[in-house]
Design a protein around this ligand. Structure first.
Ligand SMILES: Nc1ncnc2c1ncn2[C@@H]1O[C@H](COP(=O)(O)OP(=O)(O)O)[C@@H](O)[C@H]1O
Ligand SMILES: [Mg+2]
Length: 251
């Protein structure tokens, strides 16, 4: 059973693609407005866990409630934004960047609703926050994979979801883009009260904004405040390189 208002609650999740277990007895919950980072070494099961939480994979055992229902029965898609680690373009997609991002907004306000100034502002803000405003009229399938990834992030931002789930959205981007990303998350949380579940190795830019860090290594090996993690000698801030090193030493 979820507590009142919990956005997401998973209990005792176990999963393997084959005989080998990938996730063991994972518990995880996200409250409204919480900003939670999910970290762990490559191959530790982060993307797999997200897919189970969102109903794209079925756990071998355990339970998930997404907005209070089993993920396969969840229908209110606009409440959730998800940007997978490697989003793929439908080959059929001839849309411009701006149209793709507008789809995020339409999923929230309804397909028949006319765009209001507030909607246009959100769309422009989302485009700007991923540095795609200048490219907004280009067909998305003419963009680089990295730019397409940013368009999908902007689409999720534009829908103002109650829960935004991002799988390594800023891997390898420069400091300026990380700062821009931090600002757009802050905007989303301030203006719309969105909760965020972020998988990333680069937490330096958002370290001060985080409510909680979950460290996954097949099982959850840490779930607490950034402060508690720092107390274990791990720095998320200035020494951004500490985290990956510490993760490798675990277990
Ligand atoms: N579709 C799949 N089929 C089989 N094994 C997979 C599949 N996807 C991921 N794996 C394996 O499951 C483990 C966890 O992968 P993943 O969840 O992508 O980890 P992370 O996101 O933390 O890097 C890895 O060993 C990976 O090779
Ligand atoms: Mg992954």
């Amino acid at each position: 059973m979820s507590g009142p208002g919990e956005l997401l609650r998973a209990q005792a999740l176990s999963f393997g693609y084959g005989a080998e277990p990938i996730l063991r007895d994972v518990d995880l919950s996200i409250d409204p407005k919480e900003f939670v980072a999910l970290v762990g070494p490559n191959g530790s099961g982060k993307s797999t866990l997200l897919k189970i939480l969102l109903g794209l994979l079925k756990p071998d055992s355990g339970s998930v409630e997404l907005f209070g229902v089993e993920p396969s029965r969840f229908r209110e898609r606009w409440r959730l934004g998800y940007v997978p680690q490697r989003p793929s373009l439908g080959r059929e997609l001839p849309a411009t960047v701006q149209e793709v991002v507008s789809m995020g907004r339409l999923s929230r306000v309804g397909w028949r609703a006319r765009q209001r100034p507030a909607d246009r502002r959100e769309i422009e803000h989302a485009l700007d926050s991923v540095a795609l405003f200048e490219l907004r009229s280009r067909p998305i399938n003419e963009l680089s994979v990295g730019q397409q990834q940013r368009a999908f992030i902007a689409r999720a931002f534009a829908s103002s979801p109650e829960l935004l789930v991002l799988d390594e959205p800023i891997a390898g981007v420069d400091t300026e883009s990380q700062q821009r990303f931090r600002d757009s998350l802050a905007h989303l949380r301030r203006e719309h009260g969105s909760a965020v579940l972020l998988v990333s190795h680069e937490l330096g830019a958002v370290a001060e904004d985080l409510d909680r860090v979950i460290v996954l290594k097949g099982a959850v090996v840490f779930d607490g405040s950034p402060k508690e993690l720092v107390a274990q000698g791990v720095s998320l801030g200035i020494h951004g390189e500490d985290l990956p090193l510490w993760l490798e030493r675990l277990g």
